[in-house]
Design a protein around this ligand. Structure first.
Ligand code: SF4
Length: 286
């Protein structure tokens, strides 16, 4: 016997190796296949019965944050709102800061009626710092929440004079030390006046539309801003904010959005659309 070659032994089960193969229809000794007319082969029957062999490729799960979708949104916004900027009239960082504080819970149109009068009456930040909040209240009454806004404007003026030499700082952390200034106001001043894109302005329009477009599921401004900063490229933060705010004023209005006129319609699945050519997503709520 050649060294290393072990003769085949009978299986302990009593069945000889290969007996199973021989029992399959159409299979001959040695593994070759016989084509039989009419009867399907074992392999053919197996492939018919097995769902795995006829699996269709799974369609990709919908991802509202996919870079291609974000790009499409940005391109549509660029084409629709190419040159938009802040609608609050101002001639300096200080005037913009005051106008933004006054714009909370008010319209830009309303604020723009008030600010020329107060800036004529109190031309410098030092003039505001010398007031008491009560003195300013009657001048800004029509913007709503005038007591709190008065305290914020006078408090901010005093801090700008005492801590920053009368100049509005161009730094997020410093701006946040001013009374009545949160990230939204700071982002408006930094982006619009200083051209510094440090974050995304999240006002009522940006909150509503970001949720309708499924760019966030959060409801509070700081978290929405973080979500947007993850998907919108930094160089687009300033313009994106302005474009969405304009979109919110013109078409994507709160109560009854004008979806039939909206250029974003075919990629928007908002639950409260007034007209739709695409699936509605029940979680895409304002
Ligand atoms: S389709 Fe309607 S809900 Fe969606 S972004 Fe446009 S206006 Fe807003």
């Amino acid at each position: 016997m050649v060294r290393g070659v072990v003769p085949r032994q009978p299986a302990k089960t009593g069945r000889h190796e290969g007996s199973r193969a021989l029992s399959r229809p159409g299979q001959l000794k040695g593994g070759s296949r016989q084509v039989q007319s009419g009867k399907p082969s074992f392999q053919q029957r197996k492939s018919k019965a097995s769902p795995s062999s006829s699996k269709k490729p799974r369609s990709k799960a919908y991802n509202p944050m996919a870079p291609e979708r974000i790009n499409e949104i940005l391109n549509i916004l660029d084409a629709t709102y190419p040159d938009v900027t802040c609608a609050l009239t101002h001639r300096s960082a200080w005037e913009l800061l005051v106008a933004t504080i006054l714009s909370a819970q008010s319209t830009d149109v309303n604020v723009n009626k008030v600010t020329p009068i107060i800036f004529q009456k109190y031309p410098t930040v030092q003039d505001f710092a010398a007031l008491t909040p009560e003195q300013l209240e009657p001048d800004i009454r029509s913007t709503g929440f005038f007591r709190n806004k008065s305290k914020s404007v006078v408090g901010a003026a005093r801090k700008v004079v005492s801590d920053f030499g009368g100049e509005v700082p161009d730094d997020m952390d410093k701006l946040l030390t001013l009374p009545g200034v949160a990230r939204k106001t700071a982002n408006v001043v930094l982006g619009t006046w200083f051209k510094k894109g440090v974050g995304v302005v999240v006002d009522t329009h940006v909150t509503r539309i970001s949720r309708r477009l499924e760019l966030t599921r959060n409801g509070d401004a700081p978290k929405i801003e973080q979500d947007l900063m993850k998907v919108i490229p930094p160089e687009r933060w300033i313009l994106f904010s302005h474009q969405i705010i304009w979109h919110g004023r013109k078409l994507c209005i709160a109560r009854s959005p004008k979806c039939v006129e909206c250029p974003l319609e075919r990629i928007c699945h908002a639950a409260d659309k007034t007209w739709s050519t695409v699936d509605i997503h029940k979680n895409a709520k304002p």
